[in-house]
Ligand binder design. Structure first.
Ligand code: ZN
Length: 200
């Protein structure tokens, strides 16, 4: 499976995605354009593996709402409902600090979890950190595709790295430990430079 996935990603011909250039405001039209791109990219990768992609639904929440799988944090993926939830108050804050690619990173990371689910990679034998770093790696791959399509602006990749670092933590003992800032940045860049590395 791992090898097939890598082949699927690498042999993907580009230029078929309904992307729009990133815009300064991380608003709902932007979310929906980026989601379309993610749907198309991962849908094609999975199709080549013989898997039908059940596209995740993306919901934008205000700060206080909860989601089907818990309180609304920055962004998360609910496995059972195959839904992605964005806390727009927190996303906006992050985008203000880092730049528009912070939102792009968050959405691409959550799509990574949806892809993991379709590939049977969300199994309980894996640590949270392993799963999270792989999602960062898959987000990096999506940035690479975006770059090849010419829709990354100068600085967008760096913003992605910054976001990965800002969402890292040092709670080694905590079951929800996502990886240190450095580990997350490394996983993201690894997926950007070599999609195969996400499955090694
Ligand atoms: Zn995650």
């Amino acid at each position: 499976m791992k090898k097939q996935v890598a082949v699927g990603i690498i042999s993907l011909s580009l230029g078929l995605l309904p992307f729009q250039p990133l815009q300064a405001a991380w608003d709902r039209p932007t979310i929906s354009a980026v989601s379309d791109g993610l749907d198309a990219f991962w849908g094609e990768v999975l199709r080549r593996l013989g898997i039908r992609y059940n596209y995740p639904l993306v919901y934008s929440h205000s700060n206080v709402e909860s989601t089907p799988c818990g309180p609304s944090v920055l962004a998360h993926y609910c496995v059972n409902s195959n839904t992605i939830h964005l806390n727009m108050t927190q996303i906006d804050r992050l985008v203000d600090r880092v730049g528009d690619s912070a939102g792009y990173f968050a959405l691409a990371h959550e799509y990574g979890h949806s892809v993991q689910r379709h590939l049977g990679l969300l199994d309980a034998s894996r640590s949270i950190m392993e799963i999270e770093l792989q999602a960062d790696c898959l987000a990096g791959t999506f940035f690479a595709v975006s770059d090849e399509l010419g829709i990354l602006e100068p600085g967008d990749l760096k913003e992605g790295v910054t976001t990965a670092m800002m969402t890292g933590d040092y709670d080694y003992e905590h079951t929800n430990h996502h990886g240190t800032p450095r580990q997350r940045a490394r996983a993201f860049l690894s997926g950007f430079n070599d999609p195969k590395s996400c499955f090694e």
